[in-house]
Design a protein around this ligand. Structure first.
Ligand SMILES: Nc1nc2c(ncn2[C@@H]2O[C@H](COP(=O)(O)O[C@H]3[C@@H](O)[C@H](n4cnc5c(=O)[nH]c(N)nc54)O[C@@H]3COP(=O)(O)O)[C@@H](O)[C@H]2O)c(=O)[nH]1
Length: 796
């Protein structure tokens, strides 16, 4: 504010002074001061002013204006020029900053926009690239816009939502509805459903994962547009199925399964693990799996297993584990590495099963395979093994091996007469005694019915074998108490020596066997060392066997007939058919040699059948020739005495239209006594056919009167061994007389065979013998000679 006080310097006319003022630079006219003296200015703008004043006394003219004040008003600092310059500068700066900020924000926004668009594009590509579809569902029109990608190209289609539902598996539709409802009700943050969708190309069902969210709402907040993706999860579903299946398999497996981390700490086990070990999952989870074998194996065992695992990614072997109760369990353990998708080992899986039963079965099998059940001695298999081992050891130590081959003498008789049970008990007792004879390290084995072998190792002189053989013969001499019975048995022993006789197990055994046969031939109950010439007998045996197999086919067999005469009348009353073999390769072979062989090999049934047919055909032929045939006796071996023989005989008789009375069957005592009850039944059937039956070689076997009474036999044939010496040996004469008397007392006919001298014939006649047969009266003869005999008989 600016104040000036104006007064007149002449105070003569108070109250008549008139003043007016004018501020140059501010006012536009003079301003009178009415009865006032104060001139005031407020808010004067900064600048230069001059205040002028005028004076007038009432009624006088105006005096000339007077400059009252030269005024200069300074502006405030903020309105100074420099302040304005600063303002301008600041404004410019601000503007530039704001412009810069604006462009920066714009650039930033553009970049974000670009990034969003790129990311959206990427997402879209990713979604479509992964086989997924993007969908946009306008709820109001129920239209569905689906975008998918095939071969890099994008396809869009617009379909009705209902139309889309028709492709969904009917069972899964409720799932979709429920998921949508939950989302719309706000119970789930987004819509999600898994369902099956028909593959339009092949008609298969695909699994899809459908996810979506509302993107538009009406004014009431209700969604009117949903968008989302539909992803093909068929592969995942399949993997899930496989996983589920694997899990179920794991759960239902009989094998225990343990999954561990790479520090062998248990992660998971299946129920079978608990069943087998007794440890529950809680017991062992997180613990090192090796606690199952703690203290059972040395560190090196685990180190070795680990190194195998490293190289082969798996490891397997039989081992033991300790159960919760501390029991040791044999298991078959397999450990495998589990590789992750990068091919790195992530876990270890151990699978094992309790093999107690298998081990037991294996042990039983091993025992069965290697040991004889009856005697507990090594059997043939183990014997072979031990022998092989013994030879190898002998080579290393430069020693010998003696092989003893034992065959019990007439053991068969014991079996036949006392029964197999007694026979078995005797064999066990023999085995026990043999065990006691040998040293530790030697082997006694049972390699067949009544055949034993002994391997003597570390032998320096053959004398050692002699000592043992003698011991065996001695020890077996003592009677055996079997049940209530005392049984006697002897043995024949053949001995072969390695390397003297053979350098391999097969030959060594063969030669010991050959020597054993030789011991038998030498009268049994003795031992024989193998010699080269013994081998000839063995070779002969082989030749005979293979020759006999071809004999029938090669027509090398034929029959001869030996006549039988009635003592009283001297008439021809019968013949005995005797088999002959003339081998192309071996020449004539005696039945004494080939019949036992045929029995041993089972060929006797075929050969015996052939003999029966030949005899019947011959009888029929003689009859056709107008001759009156006499009964012909056929020798039957023990093996032929079975039910087939009855049919065979009947068949042969029928074919040749013969009466049964023309046939007689001769059986040795031992043949009928093998199975007495069965023999009686078969003989009874043969007798019922009308055949006559004779016991051959009577006196050499059991001569069991009790059975003799029960057998349906008609004739006893006194063995030629007795007949041969009746003239010189009173004992044989007495036996012969006794047999004749016995036969007659049983109402049987008596035939004496092997009658070679008149003296013998006389004696027999004097004792009342009914019939005779022997070289004195007629040797076995050809069919032609027999025809002559029959012819002569018919002539008066
Ligand atoms: N199962 C069958 N066994 C048969 C058959 N054919 C013969 N054999 C048996 O073979 C054994 C030897 O018989 P073989 O060499 O024929 O000897 C018989 C006669 O030749 C002989 N014999 C007869 N008379 C005399 C004689 O005065 N002196 C003497 N030293 N030998 C004589 O005796 C044998 C007859 O014996 P056997 O049978 O006991 O009446 C022999 O055991 C035959 O049984 C066949 O087809 N099947």
């Amino acid at each position: 504010m600016l104040n000036f006080e104006v007064t007149s310097s002449d105070f003569s006319y108070p109250g008549h002074d008139n003043f007016s003022f004018y501020l140059e630079g501010q006012d536009s006219s003079w301003t009178p001061l009415r009865n006032q003296h104060l001139v005031s200015y407020t808010n004067l703008a900064p600048g230069h002013y001059r205040l002028w004043g005028r004076y007038q006394l009432d009624g006088n003219s105006l005096e000339a204006p007077q400059l009252l004040a030269d005024i200069h008003i300074e502006p405030p600092y903020y309105r100074t020029t420099s302040a304005y310059v600063i303002y301008v500068l600041l404004t410019a700066l601000m503007f530039s900053l704001l412009t810069r900020r604006y462009f920066k924000q714009r650039y930033h926004a553009q970049r974000i926009q670009q990034e969003i668009s790129t990311s959206e594009k990427r997402l879209r590509l990713a979604l479509l690239g992964s086989g997924g579809r993007m969908w946009d569902w306008q709820l109001k029109h129920n239209r569905l816009y689906i975008t998918s990608q095939h071969d890099g190209d994008e396809y869009s289609e617009e379909i009705d939502r209902q139309q889309f539902y028709s492709q969904v598996h009917p069972d899964d539709l409720p799932k979709i509805t429920e998921a949508l409802q939950l989302y719309i009700n706000g119970e789930t943050p987004f819509y999600e459903a898994e369902y099956r969708l028909k593959n339009t190309t092949d008609g298969d069902w695909l699994w899809g994962l459908d996810r979506g969210k509302a993107v538009e709402w009406d004014k009431h907040g209700n969604p009117i547009r949903l968008a989302g993706t539909l992803t093909d999860i068929s592969l995942r579903k399949r993997q899930e199925d496989q996983l589920r299946l694997s899990y179920q398999v794991l759960e239902s497996m009989n094998e225990a399964v343990v999954i561990t981390d790479l520090d062998y700490r248990v992660i998971d086990v299946n129920p079978a693990f608990t069943d087998i070990t007794g440890f529950t999952e809680q017991d062992i989870k997180g613990r090192p799996v090796l606690f199952l074998t703690r203290g059972l194996y040395p560190r090196s065992f685990y180190q070795q297993a680990e190194s195998v695992m490293l190289n082969r990614h798996s490891w397997a072997r039989e081992m033991q584990i300790r159960t919760r109760r501390g029991k040791l369990l044999p298991v078959w353990m397999e450990a495998n590495q589990v590789l992750d998708h990068r091919g790195h080992t992530s876990h270890l899986v151990m699978v094992f099963n309790d093999i107690t039963e298998r081990k037991k079965a294996e042990e039983d099998l091993r025992l069965m395979a290697n040991y004889d059940q009856l005697t507990d001695l090594p059997n043939r298999t183990l014997f072979q093994d031990r022998l092989q081992h013994a030879l190898a050891q002998a080579i290393r130590c430069d020693t010998k091996v003696a092989l003893l081959f034992l065959d019990l003498d007439r053991f068969k008789n014991i079996n036949d007469t006392r029964g197999h049970q007694v026979g078995d008990q005797l064999l066990s007792a023999v085995a026990e005694r043999l065990r006691r004879v040998i040293r530790e390290g030697d082997t006694v084995a049972r390699i067949g019915g009544d055949e034993f072998t002994i391997i003597l190792e570390g032998v320096h002189k053959t004398k050692a074998a002699t000592v043992i053989a003698e011991k065996i013969i001695d020890t077996l001499k003592q009677p055996f108490a079997v049940g209530q019975m005392m049984l006697d048995i002897t043995t024949s022993i053949g001995i072969s020596i390695f390397p003297d006789d053979a350098d391999n197990t097969e030959e060594l055994l063969k030669f010991a066997d050959t020597a054993m046969y030789h011991a038998k031939a030498m009268g049994r109950n003795n031992f024989q060392f193998y010699t080269a010439c013994m081998n000839q007998a063995a070779v002969r045996h082989m030749q005979l066997e293979s020759g006999l197999k071809q004999a029938l086919a090669n027509n090398e067999l034929y029959l001869v007939y030996q006549p039988k005469y009635e003592v009283k009348s001297g008439k021809l009353i019968g013949m005995e058919a005797l088999l002959r073999w003339h081998s192309d390769k071996l020449g004539p072979v005696s039945p004494v040699e080939f019949i036992p062989l045929a029995e041993e090999t089972g060929m006797i049934n075929t050969i015996g059948g052939w003999v029966l047919q030949q005899v019947c055909q011959q009888l029929a032929q003689w009859r056709q020739q107008g001759l009156q045939p006499v009964p012909v006796a056929i020798n039957l071996s023990a093996k032929q005495l079975n039910n087939h023989i009855v049919d065979e005989v009947q068949q042969a008789l029928t074919t040749c239209e013969l009466t049964a009375s023309l046939l007689e069957l001769e059986l040795t005592e031992s043949a009928v006594m093998q199975h007495p009850a069965e023999s009686i039944a078969i003989l009874a059937r043969l007798e019922a056919l009308g055949l006559t039956l004779a016991v051959d070689d009577f006196g050499t076997g059991y001569s069991s009167l009790a059975y003799l009474k029960r057998f349906p036999i008609h004739t006893l044939k006194i063995d030629k061994e007795f007949v041969r010496d009746i003239s010189d040996d009173p004992e044989d004469a007495a036996i012969t007389s006794a047999i004749i008397a016995l036969a007659h007392s049983l109402d049987l006919l008596v035939v004496a065979e092997g009658v070679e001298t008149q003296e013998q014939l006389h004696f027999l006649a004097s004792q009342g013998c009914d019939q005779v047969q022997g070289y004195l009266l007629g040797k076995p003869m050809s069919v032609a000679d027999c025809s002559g005999l029959l012819q002569a008989k018919a002539e008066p």
